[in-house]
Every structure is written in C-alpha cells, then in structure tokens.
Design a protein around this ligand. Structure first.
Ligand SMILES: [Zn+2]
Length: 203
C-alpha cells in the first residue's frame, strides 16, 4: 500500500567501515517470524510523536522492498508524517550526527543520529530542510522535540524512517535491531504495516 522508495542517502553508502557491501542481503538473516522482539511493555522506546497523536505505519519490519529480510533496514519503521510534523526522541541519548541541508524531494537524506547508553544508535531520516532542532554533541531525553519530518533522500512521500542500529557502526550499511514501543497498544511483533498506533502519555 505504501510500498515505495525508502532508504538512506546514496552519499552515505560510500562511507563503508565494515565488511558488508552496499545492497548485500545477508543469506543467514532470520525472518521476522523467527526473531524475538522482546517485551513491548518494558521497551526502551516511545513512539516518536506527541501523546494524543496516532500515526499509520508504512513499511515496517520485514515489509519487503527496502525493509526486506537480510537488508540493513530489515527492522526499520516508517511513520506516516507530513512535512514539518514534530519528531520526538524515541529514546534519550547523545546526538552524534545531524544532516539538514537537503531539500524535500531531493538529496541529501536529512537525518539525526542519537547514540543511546547501550551503544545502539537511533536514526531519524527524511527530515525536512533545516529540520533539526538539535546539534551534534547535545544530550536529549526521551520525548524531546528533535526535528521536523519531511521527504528528503530516497523517500517517495513524507514520512519518518526510524531505525535503531547495533553499536560501533551507524553508517550505512548498518545492522538494524528489532523494536517494540512502550507507550502504545500491544505490539508483541513490533509495529505492523498499515496499522495506526496511538501515542499514550509517557509514564
Ligand atoms: Zn523506511
């Protein structure tokens, strides 16, 4: 239904640190059916929008296309948002990278990367031009406003591509981590494509 282009900035694909090749599909990757998503009620993550709002999910874990099994964005989630909607920190941490020079409908892919205390990286992509209200080095708390959504990079429509990647390496191709969210309805298998998820007030 929302299957469309959604991936990282091509410029970032040149920034290879590890051994994986761009576009490589890991033949040993487990499908989402085989993955333990953890207990959603004790998840470290809140939805990246204000309590009271409800957002529909585009591509999600193992949706196919650019979120296919074995690709870097296997466990990424696309939240439908308009250009200029508030994006909140799903989890607190330290901002380590900000790109906000892209114009909607074009490159680069505007993004904010936040390193969490466990070393994982929360990555917020396709933000609008000038769509970051944080700077590298800044500490943010869960629920803080960090930026504004958009359609920069490889995005056919405005949305927030949110992915959490494993420690030590955040640049593409990273390894994504399965996610659940705490302040919403039950999501034992993560957020499902096409569904709406209301954000409840944080505890
Ligand atoms: Zn996406």
């Amino acid at each position: 239904m929302f299957l469309s282009a959604c991936t990282n900035d091509d410029n970032l694909k040149d920034d290879l640190i590890g051994t994986a090749e761009v576009g490589q599909i890991d033949p040993n990757a487990a499908s989402c059916d085989e993955i333990d998503f953890g207990d959603w009620q004790s998840s470290q993550y809140n939805l990246p929008y204000h309590p009271g709002e409800s957002r529909q999910i585009g591509l999600s874990s193992c949706s196919g296309a650019f979120h296919s099994v074995g690709t870097p964005d296997q466990f990424a989630v696309d939240f439908e948002m308009d250009i200029g909607d508030y994006v909140l920190a799903a989890r607190g941490g330290t901002v380590i990278f900000v790109q906000e020079s892209g114009v909607d409908g074009n490159y680069p892919n505007n993004m904010i990367v936040i390193r969490h205390i466990d070393g994982t990286f929360g990555q917020y992509m396709h933000l609008t031009l000038g769509g970051a209200v944080v700077e590298a080095g800044q500490t943010v708390s869960q629920g803080d406003l960090i930026g504004y959504s958009g359609a920069t990079g490889f995005a056919d429509y405005p949305h927030l591509h949110f992915v959490v990647s494993t420690p030590l390496r955040w640049s593409f191709p990273y390894f994504s981590i399965p996610l659940t969210f705490k302040n919403t309805i039950a999501n034992e298998r993560g957020l499902l494509e096409g569904r709406f998820y209301p954000a409840y007030p944080a505890e």
